[in-house]
Design a protein around this ligand. Structure first.
Ligand code: C2E
Ligand code: MG
Ligand code: MG
Length: 557
């Protein structure tokens, strides 16, 4: 062997003679094992043995060396100081002229670091770095394993899907560092709700999954779900600040509801959604009817995708009146779906669906373009000072609707921006507040108006409104419904009128169905009214005819 390589290589080298006694070792050998040459020369290689391998291991190693002339593999050895370390070892037999090995050369490197890296990688692949909980992939392994043993032992399993309510708000309001801290605290609270043998996993963002093994009693499962919710609704202290969140839990049971891991996870997720719909902070067991509903929903979603292609969507128009001047001030664009079998489908049904599957991006842009084109035609037909209101969905922010798009539409349809109002719900304002403000400010900068739809049904605090570039409040139909008889509603509507006044905001009341309601509203200072009392939403052609017959209106044709 080249002496320089022998002396300088990073790998430990040990040469044994025909009797397998150590002849020479290199400096790296000493560095790795701690043994000086004179301490090992003349001794057998077993001086390094760690005791971690049995005799069969060494037998098969030497068999290979004798038969094939070499062996490579991982070996645990012991250093002079007693510490055990993993090494990557290759042993080569150097045959003499008679063909029998006269020397063995063992070359090895310390792979402790490599092993640690491997362990680290294994950990990262299976555990969530933030909370230290098993991640989705390890959960899925454990679930599959648990199903195997549950099958053998005739056990039941329960899977709890836990979704945090209001987590996003904490994250957006207080920042990601607080959000992270909150998730860590949630993780440790969840662990305290279950036994050591159960698994609490972080499934994604603010979603956790709990796997309960060996379940006999559904009441006990319900009890744990209640315990989970109870532990989450208690106050969290984050950097000295008190924060409240909530949790919705969906539960599914093996083998009652499903027998494979994917279906169980899907069921639990579905049940969690039901729990959310039933108001927050409760749990729901999966039921077959949920599945039915989900299937129907999926069918409708497929239909909706086709509807876009097959032009089954149509915009209806409903006027907003100035009740004192008895003239149209604005027209709201309301979407309809002419379903080939179901007939006209209400937007209350399919807009949420379109939001969930992202189709609202495409549909929403189509509505804006269509409504603006129609408005432009009405302007050209002589209804000069008509305005148009279009409803906005919060999801459209992530789905490509921005000020640039709107500017282009306004340009193409030759509309001045003040003629357009975008209506959004309070929940849009509540979600991702800062991003929402930036988004809406972009529209506002173009010169369009912004209106808060269904006002009064959400959080609607004055301080909230001040943060948004809002121009108009639309009093929700539910408050108008029982006017003027209902005293509570009457006083609430009066408060909203005063609020709009003090914030210098425009006001519209929607859902006006009777003269009494109209008179009451005008009497307290709300003169812009929309509702069946004046006109139902109608197709564009019918609206044109209605406008033309509307002698006191803006139409002059
Ligand atoms: P909205 O924006 O609050 O629209 C008012 C709803 O009240 C409309 O329901 C309208 O038909 C109904 N309405 C108007 N006057 C009366 C009345 O006097 N009595 C009663 N009982 N109802 C009245 P519609 O058209 O079913 O729309 C429901 C919701 O769907 C809308 O509520 C809006 O949030 C949403 N929506 C409709 N079109 C679109 C759209 O293009 N994009 C988005 N994102 N949402 C839309
Ligand atoms: Mg609206
Ligand atoms: Mg409304």
């Amino acid at each position: 062997m080249n002496a320089t390589v022998f002396d300088t290589t990073a790998e430990g080298i040990m040469v044994t003679n025909a009797d397998n006694l150590i002849k020479t070792v290199n400096p790296a050998f000493t560095r790795i094992t701690g043994y000086a040459p004179e301490e090992v020369i003349g001794r057998g290689p077993s001086v390094l043995s760690s005791g971690r391998h049995n005799s069969e291991f060494y037998e098969s190693l030497w068999d290979s060396v004798q038969q094939k002339g070499y062996w490579t593999g991982e070996v645990w050895n012991r250093r002079k100081d007693g510490s055990v370390f993993p090494e990557w070892l290759s042993i080569t037999a150097i045959p003499g002229e008679d063909g029998i090995a006269k020397e063995h050369v063992a070359v090895f490197s310390d792979i402790t670091k490599h092993k640690q890296d491997e362990e680290q990688i294994r950990y990262q692949a299976n555990y969530d770095a933030l909370t230290g909980l098993p991640n989705r992939s390890l959960l899925s392994d454990r679930l599959t394993q648990a199903i195997g043993s549950a099958n053998r032992e005739n056990w039941k399993l329960a899977l709890l899907f836990v979704d945090l309510d209001q987590f996003k708000m904490v994250n957006d309001t207080f920042g990601h560092a607080m959000g992270d801290e909150l998730l860590q605290q949630v993780a440790s609270r969840l662990k305290r709700c279950v036994r050591e043998s159960d698994t609490v996993a972080r499934f994604g963002g603010d979603e956790f999954v709990i796997l309960l093994q060996d379940v006999t009693d559904m009441d006990a499962v319900a009890h744990i779900a209640a315990k989970v919710i109870d532990s989450i609704i208690r106050v969290f202290t984050l950097h000295g600040r008190e924060v409240y969140i909530g949790a919705s839990v969906g539960i599914t049971v093996f083998p009652d509801d499903a027998v494979n891991a994917d279906s169980l996870l899907r069921n639990a997720d579905m049940a969690m959604y039901q729990a959310k719909e039933h108001g927050r902070n409760n749990y729901q067991f999966f039921t077959a009817s949920m599945q039915q509903r989900t299937l129907e929903r999926q069918q409708l979603e497929l239909d909706l995708r086709l509807a876009v292609k097959r032009s089954e969507l149509e915009i209806y128009y409903q006027p907003v009146m100035d009740a004192i001047l008895d003239r149209v001030v604005s027209i709201e664009a309301l979407l309809r779906w002419n379903h080939p079998h179901r007939g006209v489908v209400s937007p209350k049904l399919f807009i949420p669906l379109a939001e969930d599957c992202g189709l609202i991006g495409l549909i929403g842009k189509w509505v804006i373009k269509g409504a603006c084109t129609q408005l432009s035609q009405w302007h050209k037909a002589g209804f000069f000072d008509l305005n148009m209101a279009v409803n906005l969905s919060s999801r459209q922010r992530e789905l490509g609707l921005d000020a640039d798009y709107l500017r282009q539409v306004l340009q193409d349809t030759e509309l001045s921006p003040e003629t357009l109002t975008l209506e959004m719900t309070e929940s849009l304002l509540m979600r991702d507040t800062d991003e929402a403000i930036t988004w809406l400010t972009g529209f506002k900068a173009l010169g369009v108006n912004l209106s808060v739809d269904d006002f009064g049904t959400g959080y609607s605090s004055l301080s909230y409104l001040k943060r948004f570039p809002v121009d108009i409040l639309k009093i929700d139909r539910s408050f108008v419904n029982d006017l003027p008889a209902d005293i509570d509603d009457a006083s609430l509507v009066k408060t909203i009128v005063a609020m709009a006044d003090s914030l210098n905001l425009g006001l519209v009341a929607e859902g006006v169905e009777s003269k009494e309601q109209a008179d009451f509203l005008v009497g307290i200072g709300c003169r812009n009214l929309q509702g069946f009392y004046y006109a139902k939403p109608m197709k564009a052609a019918a609206m044109t005819a209605w406008l033309s017959g509307d002698v006191q209106g803006t139409g002059t044709t």
